[in-house]
Design a protein around this ligand. Structure first.
Ligand SMILES: NC(=O)c1ccc[n+]([C@@H]2O[C@H](COP(=O)([O-])OP(=O)(O)OC[C@H]3O[C@@H](n4cnc5c(N)ncnc54)[C@H](O)[C@@H]3O)[C@@H](O)[C@H]2O)c1
Length: 362
């Protein structure tokens, strides 16, 4: 661990306002980053930031000294600390990445914003929608960016699917149906709903432009008080429907999503090394529907097509975008507001699950 301290450069109490730091950053071409949390996911964030141009990883913080030791071995030039306040208050840091458990996101992000730092925060954004709203307001007041790590939006597969939706290949959407199951990893502080479903909800939010109307969820817990499996249904206007199956008690790992449109349907298997997406020219045409008994259905079964999917690591694309948004003073698509939409859906699903599947309107 490096011995020289960031504290020596800390401003005196009362000088920690955002303005002087932001003013100094304008026109700068490098974003100086501090990362809090070097457990399971944090190393991926540090590795990607470290490799990007226009970025300097200034400090890594973890309250667990063993984690810091690992970080120090890989990044000998980077300042290491067990005290998050050092990162949050250092005037040598422009942006803070918060890669810690969900229950810590709000306090750490709030303090980072209060100290004039842009924030990259893990999914789910916060533990409650009130917390998310408070952070969004604070960032707006201080003219700072919040980006929520909705990693999958930056994967080649989701970028390709978004193209296929936007350019009308699939036609108007009918449904989104995903299965994200495996054995573990059990989290200590959140259920499978809050751990795995944010991935699918953020993808759904990115692909379906209509606002969801209602949520129904069921689930169950078998090993502690936190649900280890959940089935979530989201209703949209125009009979568009989304369904998610998330489960930590599956003997096999499955990452399968079906997206059905009027004109084409696709299957996305994220575990496939190649050909992750297959687009099917399949569908159902109603050829005559004058009366209930006159309904003539014909099935269309045409070509299957495997579009090329960019294999660049999603986090690399996402973190580059974070740096760009800071340097160009632009609002990211996966900003605090996008994070809040996901948290609202999680809260509604939790409420429905507690009432054994009662419909919760949004
Ligand atoms: N985007 C993704 O694909 C993805 C994948 C995995 C995890 N995550 C998210 O990342 C976050 C962390 O998950 P994880 O699996 O890495 O958890 P983890 O428990 O493995 O790691 C968290 C680390 O944060 C440290 N920590 C906790 N509180 C701290 C504090 N106040 N100050 C300093 N260090 C502190 C812990 O010591 C630990 O090393 C969660 O929000 C999770 O949902 C996202």
């Amino acid at each position: 661990m490096k011995s020289d301290s960031l504290v020596s450069t800390l401003p005196a109490v009362g000088e920690t306002e955002a303005e002087p730091i932001v003013a100094r950053k304008r026109g700068a071409s490098t974003v100086r980053v501090g990362v809090i949390g070097f457990g399971y996911w944090g190393p991926n964030i540090v590795r990607n930031f470290h490799a990007l141009e226009h970025c300097e990883v200034v400090a890594v913080c973890d309250k667990n000294p063993a984690a810091l030791k690992r970080a120090a071995r890989s990044y000998p030039g980077v300042y290491m600390t067990t005290d998050f306040a050092e990162v949050l208050k250092s005037p040598d840091i422009d942006a803070v990445a918060i890669i810690t458990p969900v229950w810590t996101h709000f306090e750490l992000a709030k303090s980072a914003l209060e100290n004039g730092k842009h924030v990259f925060v893990e999914k789910p954004f916060t533990a409650t929608s009130q917390q998310a709203e408070e952070l969004i307001d604070l960032a707006e007041q201080k003219n700072l960016r919040i980006m929520v790590d909705h990693t999958f939006l930056f994967s080649g597969a989701v970028r390709k699917i978004r193209d296929l939706v936007d350019n009308g290949t699939l036609g108007p959407l009918y449904y989104y149906d995903s299965t994200r199951v495996n054995l573990g990893l059990f989290q200590h502080d959140v259920s499978v709903l809050w751990d795995l479903a944010p991935h699918d909800l953020s993808i759904m939010d990115h692909l379906i432009v209509e606002k969801p109307e209602a949520v129904v969820a069921t689930g169950s817990n078998h090993l502690n008080h936190l649900a280890d499996m959940a089935f979530i249904t989201v209703y949209f206007p125009g009979n568009v429907i989304a369904h998610f199956n998330v489960n930590w008690l599956s003997p096999v790992k499955v990452r399968n999503t079906l997206i059905g449109g009027r004109d084409k349907m696709l299957v996305w298997n994220d575990l496939e090394p190649d050909e992750k997406i297959k687009v099917y020219d399949k569908g159902v045409n109603i050829t005559k529907a004058e009366g209930v008994y006159d309904l003539l259905v014909s099935y269309r079964s045409g070509d299957v097509w495997g579009p090329k999917v960019d294999s660049t690591e999603a986090l690399k694309v996402e973190l580059q975008y974070f740096l760009d948004c800071i340097l160009k003073e632009e609002t990211p698509t996966n900003d605090g507001v996008a994070g809040l939409r996901v948290v609202r859906l999680l809260e509604a699903a939790e409420q429905s699950m507690t009432a054994r599947g009662r419909l919760v309107t949004l």
